[in-house]
Design a protein around this ligand. Sequence first.
Ligand SMILES: C[S@@+](CC[C@H](N)C(=O)[O-])C[C@H]1O[C@@H](n2cnc3c(N)ncnc32)[C@H](O)[C@@H]1O
Length: 267
Amino acid sequence: MQQTPASRLSANRARLGHKVRYALRHPGRVVPYLRRAGRDALLRLRHGGDHIAYYRAVMASDTARSPEAAVGGAASAERWLAIGQMQFDYLLAHGLRPQDRLLEIGCGNLRAGWRFIQHLDAGHYYGIDISPDILIEAKKTLVRYGLQDKLPYLTPVDDLKLDFLPDGAFTVVHAHSVFSHSPLHVIDECLAHVGRILAPGGFFDFTFDRTEAAEHQVLGEDFYYRTETLTRLAARHGLVARFMDDWERLPHGQSKLRVTHAVATTA
Ligand SMILES: C[S@@+](CC[C@H](N)C(=O)[O-])C[C@H]1O[C@@H](n2cnc3c(N)ncnc32)[C@H](O)[C@@H]1O
């Protein structure tokens, strides 16, 4: 049974000591890290404090090099398939039905999306992403898997207000490895609005990089949160967040929360 190792939960990757120890353990990763840090510094300078514009530029640069790596770090087709399968199998085990209406936030190049689209009735999948470059790759994935008849929606966005989507439209909302790249104000915006588009009884699953130490971020790209920060944020927007223990058993470094409408209790 896979569990997140304690060392992973207590590490603060922003600290110099952590970086030095990591570099000594993985000397081959030092030059790529420095190259990435340099590029990110330039992009941050160009986009000021606008995280979405900055991260969109990161995605454009990463996608140009490798769409598989842009959504998952390692540029391997096997890993791309395996992580998509893991997301799909998990939701299937949690009862995903063809008639569900699924919104995928940060759908990338449809690593999991193509499997959702294949499973769902035509027109029942909606993918949104801040990166036009990765959405062009998503279109290629649709063609590769022959999913044209499923008529999925793919839309670029520049915020998570979800204001262009109808009330109560989605029974399932899914965001995998998106909040692991999001500052808290982006997550807050999403939680402030997701309740409106969630159908009664629907749920919103998202993964996040969990820490049990101080919350921190690396290069403005990777963000580490304590579970209670996110559950409290959800509560502030009238939502209930539940930690998904069964996800922890899977070979994936992130944790998962499931958010639902708070059910009114009768006295
Ligand atoms: C690590 S990739 C994961 C993609 C996909 N969920 C998957 O599992 O393959 C993160 C994706 O989220 C998108 N993204 C990041 N922040 C976002 C935001 N605030 N709103 C929508 N998409 C976002 C990125 O452009 C990228 O495509």
